[in-house]
Design a protein around this ligand. Structure first.
Ligand SMILES: [Zn+2]
Length: 258
């Protein structure tokens, strides 16, 4: 039998344990409503779930993602991993002092947005090619297969424009020169550098926050399989190993995990 005094002590211990849990989680109800494994992924920002790695999570529901203030965006609602966002703000302010405006055109992108882009391009281009395979190869010059985009991780941003010409004159080339000189100081590296032999075309606008994206790339190649990508138009014409080796890993070598 437990006497009244022991019961009070047990209650105090229970309340203390619950308080510690509460302080570790933003919401105790959230803790109980969320599967433990998911909760672990959301709290530990150096480990991402497969759903986050492939962009299948709503950025609003990921605790360490933040909405980018509209003053930093060209348009639309943008989300970034908060660590990448803080580094971006520091870089933005430095550039602004030197007369350069590094506004974000696109940052986090979900699997579903990427799939919409993929299917829109597929419908537009399929008739130009004799085979599905040739169409996919052409689209892979400039577009990622849904579930394989670095934009899913909240670590990568497209700055100012996605037109290669934009970065050859005026404000475009000034911004690119500034980024080539200074972005590394803030952890940002160009993902799709010029003169690579494999992978996507050169993208002077796409910059990646390396302290996080190197870790996420390692997790990606260790955990993601073709089944995680889902049913995508034309995907049966490419081998998964080819997607990984040529496109996911065919990037600026400075962004590869050590
Ligand atoms: Zn991009």
């Amino acid at each position: 039998m437990i006497n009244k005094k022991e019961l009070i002590y047990m209650n105090i211990i229970l309340i203390t344990i619950l308080s510690i849990f509460y302080s570790c989680n933003n919401s105790i109800s959230n803790y109980y409503l969320t599967p433990i494994s998911m909760n672990f992924f959301e709290r530990n920002t150096s480990v991402l779930s497969k759903n986050i790695l492939t962009g299948k999570e709503n950025p609003n529901t990921i605790q360490y993602f933040v909405k980018v203030k509209s003053e930093y965006c060209l348009y639309g609602e943008q989300y970034l991993h908060k660590q990448a966002y803080n580094a971006y703000i520091d870089m933005y302010k430095h550039a602004q002092e030197e007369g350069i405006e590094l506004k974000i055109l696109s940052s986090h992108r979900t699997y579903y947005t990427q799939n919409w882009l993929w299917e829109t391009n597929w419908e537009k281009n399929r008739n130009k090619f004799t085979t599905d395979s040739a169409c996919v190869k052409n689209m892979l010059d400039y577009l990622s297969i849904p579930g394989t985009s670095r934009h899913h991780w909240g670590t990568d941003i497209d700055i100012l424009s996605v037109s290669p010409e934009y970065f050859t004159y005026g404000k475009g080339i000034e911004a690119l020169n500034w980024l080539n000189k200074n972005a590394k100081t803030y952890g940002y590296y160009l993902s799709y550098t010029p003169n690579r032999e494999i992978g996507y075309n050169y993208e002077p606008w796409h910059w990646s926050y390396a302290p996080l994206s190197r870790k996420y790339l390692k997790q990606y190649i260790e955990t993601i399989t073709i089944e995680d990508l889902g049913n995508i138009k034309g995907i049966s014409t490419v081998h998964f190993n080819e997607i990984i080796n040529e496109y996911v890993l065919g990037i600026n070598p400075e962004l590869l995990p050590s």
